[in-house]
Write a protein that binds this ligand. Sequence first.
Ligand code: SAM
Length: 288
Amino acid sequence: MEERIASPAKTIEILQSNDFQFLKKFGQNFLIDLHVLEKIVKAAAIEPEDVCVEIGPGIGSLTQALAERGKQVIAVEIDGRLIPILKKNLADYPNVTLVHQDFLKLDLKALLREMGVERPIKVIANLPYYITTPIIMGLYESGIPLSGMTVMVQEEVARRIQAGPGSKDYGALSLAVQYYADAYIAAFVPQNCFMPRPKVGSAVLQLTTHRQKPVSVKDEGLMFALIKAAFGQRRKTLVNCLRNAQQLDFSKEQVLAAFETVGISEQIRGEALDLAQFAALSDALTED
Ligand code: SAM
């Protein structure tokens, strides 16, 4: 086995020999813990036929582990200073394709098509925290066939994504992600596993895409607009949230009639509803 890029000694050697200075604006906190790396790879359950897409490979710590297990790795890095370092560090792995791009601007669908990738991909990343939600939701909304995502995120975000009704962490993000995938926290990761240390704790989140959506809804857009409105003013009752939301235009009578159809009380708050109830409410408000 090749020398581990993620070992603290090797990471320091690479950083020093390249005189590399971390850039805060790119959320650069490199992983330097081999046990955590193992947990990520285990949660992702990479098979020899898998095509892995990594967002933000840094100096290649995780990329190396993915290249050793999967068929192909597509690693997208925004920071041009890291490209020559990555090329050198990963020279022994011909199955790695480096892409120098802002992931949020990349047309991943077109790239996969160009590369002849036909099977659902696995996304694995120690994410830059400043763009966690746009990356996760962008991938789901893109419709790219995705078998799973294994991502390091801030602990607080992992808890929010995994939460269910009744939890203080439950919100629009929980429902948005759970519509597409089953979410569980595979590991909690302390700050000292990174260089430089981030300010908050992290967690490895495993998102396994549903084979079939857990609810069927006539108008997905309306359901998500209801969810957004429901959590926009957490202290208010759901009926008031829906009435006050600028993007919705329902009368109180329409809302209450829909509540009756779904069997929910006028006093209920949005945080008490699960995905199936939001879907039912959306359908009750959708004209046939
Ligand atoms: N994967 C490496 C590791 O685990 O040590 C680095 C992880 S670091 C938390 C995040 C990485 O994402 C950095 O390499 C950073 O330059 C890169 N990055 C930040 N914003 C990005 C973007 N919009 N598109 C692609 N890469 C990005």
